[in-house]
Design a protein around this ligand. Structure first.
Ligand SMILES: Nc1nc2c(c(=O)[nH]1)N[C@H]1C(S)=C(S)[C@@H](COP(=O)(O)OP(=O)(O)OC[C@H]3O[C@@H](n4cnc5c(=O)[nH]c(N)nc54)[C@H](O)[C@@H]3O)O[C@H]1N2
Ligand SMILES: Nc1nc2c(c(=O)[nH]1)N[C@H]1C(S)=C(S)[C@@H](COP(=O)(O)OP(=O)(O)OC[C@H]3O[C@@H](n4cnc5c(=O)[nH]c(N)nc54)[C@H](O)[C@@H]3O)O[C@H]1N2
Ligand code: SF4
Ligand SMILES: [Mo]
Length: 595
């Protein structure tokens, strides 16, 4: 039996066991307690149902792996080239290709398509983005899922919240929202204002945790003044909730052990950092940090506390707006920018202009179809790696289960290209595996992150503890003032009203992989378009033909197209967040025209 871990981009970071005599048989391992004997369907789709790229290709012709690697070396030799890495496999050794960029004048990206804005906001307030351990979630009395949809994206946490009071804050009445004790169906992109209003009311009632604040976050009076700079009536209108909603929520969480589990959903905006920092500021008033059964959990920084042997100092392009056409050669590794990046019409146009687009991945996808060099990758059972997780503290060795003739690992790819460029080889694979593993801490026979704190921030904030929490103290939002947007809204046929576009995750797909969701746009019956009608969904950036599905779970100022739906990112904007170099999929309004 070979011990490994699921490589996919997911909170749960499951432990996996593979029987080497039956390479197709995967079962849940015991390396991570939360895996609880269950693996999800994505892993089976990853391994069995999605057709794999098996042949290296050069300009549409099948070639040997050596010939394809020669072509890659030739393409990046003496010319500016870019390495764009996605999150198809989260193994630590995936980033070994940074060393190729360093040695061979490559350019990398900075920022993320995923969680960078929220992470930046957390760091502004707390100094570091620590994990909220699932053990603390299990000890809480009230769990608030704030812009996070765990039944779809984080299913292994569900047993730990059973029997607790559940609050969901989400513009969509999700499956969990229907079962929750309270659902705040907030307007999209307004959680910053909600957190500010909650903070103001809490302090008006003098219900803040003074004892904790005096010790750990003493500037709360200044924060109160900041919350008073927003007008209550205008904010209530902006967030689309009533005073009763606010009162009910405050009543449920006061003097209780509360955790806020915040998702990526509410920070896909240019103001995403401010949103997370305002939520943290509200949590600080409640004294939720550093106490048992309390805290705020987001996608934690899995590399916190580690030295990083792949952190290289090279030029970087902001990932959300990567200017591919500036480069004559681009290597895309473990991703699908043609479909996963915002403003995908423009991205595809850019990718078409690249002389040598090299796709290094497992499956055929929208990006591989544009590439002229295809390098098939090895899958996670065919290579050694180390898995760090953004959802729990365990560090897992991913052991190779069997040999295969297909593809090449990221480590071997790096060495082979360096050799062809007459550059020094890098250290051995064992060296890098050991580099990560030896920094982990062994507890009860399992390896955990060196940054793990059973009760995070119990010793204060900042990298070494001892610092105070820093409340948010300024905010700027010009979304409604953007001239182009105003012009667009004037043109809308839809009663001059743009609908917020949400593109949440679905159980069918994992990001742009696996089964594509049906080509539908979900809207409220209030909009007045019949179910089943074909419509053109239009934004400033592009348009998409879809079928209407009516749902009373959606607000009447919102349209939902699940991420993974073909072409959804034609509609999303090519902008980076104010902080964190993050793609802003949510900063967009759409009109819906019947065809
Ligand atoms: N099945 C499945 N699981 C996945 C993934 C997948 O594609 N499929 N992807 C993985 C990855 S890469 C990530 S980053 C995580 C993301 O995990 P989540 O953050 O849980 O996923 P999302 O669907 O992006 O967003 C969660 C919720 O935020 C809501 N939301 C959107 N805008 C707002 C807003 O302005 N305010 C509030 N309060 N809520 C808002 C959406 O309606 C949605 O229900 O999931 C991981 N797990
Ligand atoms: N509209 C909208 N767009 C979004 C989002 C959204 O919510 N809405 N979510 C964003 C988020 S949170 C994320 S994380 C991104 C994800 O976007 P990307 O990082 O582009 O990831 P995927 O689309 O999942 O593509 C993963 C690819 O990795 C390849 N792969 C898998 N395993 C390996 C391996 O071991 N080695 C190599 N070399 N390749 C491998 C597979 O071929 C697969 O096609 O999408 C973002 N895009
Ligand atoms: S729940 Fe997540 S980590 Fe677990 S098997 Fe599924 S995709 Fe992998
Ligand atoms: Mo993500």
């Amino acid at each position: 039996m070979i011990q490994t871990a699921c490589p996919l981009d997911c909170f749960d970071g499951c432990s996996v066991v593979c029987d080497s005599s039956y390479p197709n048989k995967l079962v849940a391992g015991s390396g991570v307690p939360y895996t609880n004997g269950v693996l999800c369907a994505h892993l089976y789709k990853h391994m069995h149902e999605t057709k794999r790229l098996t042949k290296p290709m050069l300009n549409g012709k099948e070639v040997s792996l050596n010939e394809a690697l020669d072509a890659v070396a030739e393409a990046i030799k003496d010319k500016p080239w870019l390495l764009w890495r996605g999150s198809g496999n989260l193994g630590a050794i995936q980033r070994v290709t940074n060393l190729l960029a360093k040695s061979a004048n490559g350019v990398l990206t900075k920022g993320t398509l995923c969680d960078g804005a929220g992470d930046a906001g957390i760091v502004e307030g707390r100094g570091v983005n620590r994990l909220l351990p699932i053990e603390q979630v299990a000890k809480s009395e009230v769990v608030v899922f704030w812009g996070r949809n765990p039944t779809v994206t984080n299913s292994h946490i569900m047993p730990y919240v059973e029997g607790k009071e559940i609050v969901v804050i989400d513009p969509v009445k999700t499956k969990l929202a229907k079962m929750a004790d309270l659902h705040l169906q907030v307007k999209p992109r307004s959680d910053f204002y909600l957190a500010i209003l909650l903070s103001r009311f809490l302090m008006m009632e003098a219900a803040e945790d003074r004892e904790w604040l005096d010790e750990n976050a003493s500037e709360y009076d200044e924060f109160y003044e900041f919350t008073r700079s927003f007008r209550i009536k205008a904010v209530l209108e902006h967030i689309g909730l009533s005073l009763n909603d606010i009162g009910d929520f405050l009543l449920m969480i006061q003097n209780k052990k509360v955790v806020f589990l915040v998702g990526a959903g509410l920070q896909r905006f240019d103001i995403g950092d401010s949103t997370l920092r305002a939520i943290d500021s509200f949590a600080a008033l409640l004294g939720l940090f550093g106490k048992e059964g309390c805290g705020v959990g987001f996608l934690s920084n899995s590399k916190l506390g580690f030295d990083d042997c792949f952190d290289v100092n090279v030029k970087r392009e902001p990932i959300a707006t990567t200017p591919f056409s500036k480069y004559s050669a681009v290597i895309v590794q473990g991703g699908n920018p043609a479909e996963s990046m915002p403003c995908s019409n423009k991205i595809q146009e850019e990718l078409r202009q690249v002389d040598n687009l090299i796709y290094f991945g497992l499956y055929e996808n929208e990006t591989s179809k544009l590439a002229n060099i295809i390098i098939p990758a090895k899958n996670f059972l065919e290579k050694d790696d180390v898995k760090l997780s953004y959802g729990h503290q365990y560090i897992q060795k991913m052991n190779k289960a069997y040999d295969s003739d297909i593809g090449i690992s990221e480590y071997d790819f790096t060495q082979e290209i360096l050799k062809r460029l007459n550059k020094e080889p890098i250290e051995s694979l064992e060296y890098y595996i050991d580099f990560w593993l030896k920094q982990a801490v062994e507890v009860d026979g399992k390896l955990i992150s060196p940054a793990f704190e059973e009760i995070p921030y119990a010793n204060g904030f900042g990298e070494d503890g001892g610092d105070e929490f820093e409340f948010i103290d300024d905010f700027y939002d010009d979304f409604e003032d953007i001239k182009a947007l105003r012009r667009f809204r004037k043109k809308l046929k839809d009663k001059n009203r743009g609908l917020w576009l949400l593109t949440p995750k679905t159980h069918k797909s994992l990001n742009s992989q696996f089964n594509k969701p049906n080509s539908v746009v979900k809207i409220s019956p209030e909009i007045g378009i019949e179910s089943g009608k074909l419509v053109l969904v239009k934004s400033l950036w592009g348009e998409l033909k879809l079928e209407v599905e009516l749902s009373s779970d959606i607000r009447d100022d919102t349209a939902v197209i699940y991420y993974g739906t073909n072409g959804v990112n034609k509609l999303t904007p090519p902008i980076s967040s104010c902080e964190g170099n993050m793609a802003c999929y949510g900063d967009v309004k759409v009109s819906i025209e019947e065809l």
